[in-house]
Design a protein around this ligand. Sequence first.
Ligand SMILES: [Zn+2]
Length: 280
Amino acid sequence: MTEPKDAAARRAVEPVICYPNDTLPTPPMALYRAARDGAKKISETYAAPREACTFEVPQGSFFRISSVEGPQVGDLNLWNKNDLSERFYSGKTRALHGTHITIGERMWSSFPHLRPLATIVADTLSWYGIDAFGGSVHDVIGTRCDPYTGNLLSGTQYHHCCHSNLTRALADHLGVRDAEAEPHVHDVLNVFMCTGFTRDTGQYFMKASPVRVGDYLEFFAEVDLLGALSACPGGDCSSEHTSDAAACYPLHVEVFEPASGALEGWVAPAKNGYDGSHGR
Ligand SMILES: [Zn+2]
């Protein structure tokens, strides 16, 4: 294919940010920090290696995901506990905040709700930034490792992918069959995972996570949350992710409740203000 004469000029056009996010509601970070200071732990659980756990976080509480025992990435799903049809919307979160999220950014919910489910309030890997390969941590570009893609690419039957782990954990939590739980599983926040797109081919890449024991990512629950977290079979995702080959470690989830009155003045996020008529 020959290039048009003005190819260079067309490529040189400056990009425009699709969704300037300076009009997004600003999270009250100082209020969150003050509420977190006096908060008490009310529950905790662990995602075992190559398995997932579920946890509930009352609205106005905090949850922390920590690396314990060794470098490990986690695949996180979030739902409105009272209405599972409202769930984390990875694609729109990416469009609003970029490919990776950190302190002050939010996990947004699906249509027709489109409101924050959770706000990141602490991230011990926020120093990482964007590396020379274009990689960064906590991405909303990956989907979740799953047995269907593994089968498509290599004909395997592998059952401890994050998709299957999340399916089993959710089914057990709800007391329903796996087939009933599976459609609720959705694209994840890849906690601690270091990813990007290659500059030359635009392919999704991963590399060994910079996470170390003691690192954590912490969130404020904007609504009553049901969460599910899978300790990815990829471990630190330095080599492969749809097998039992990688070293895997647990992930720790802790829930903290602020002292009563600590959130005075806080306003819970309303459902999206669009009238829903779609022009009819
Ligand atoms: Zn995974």
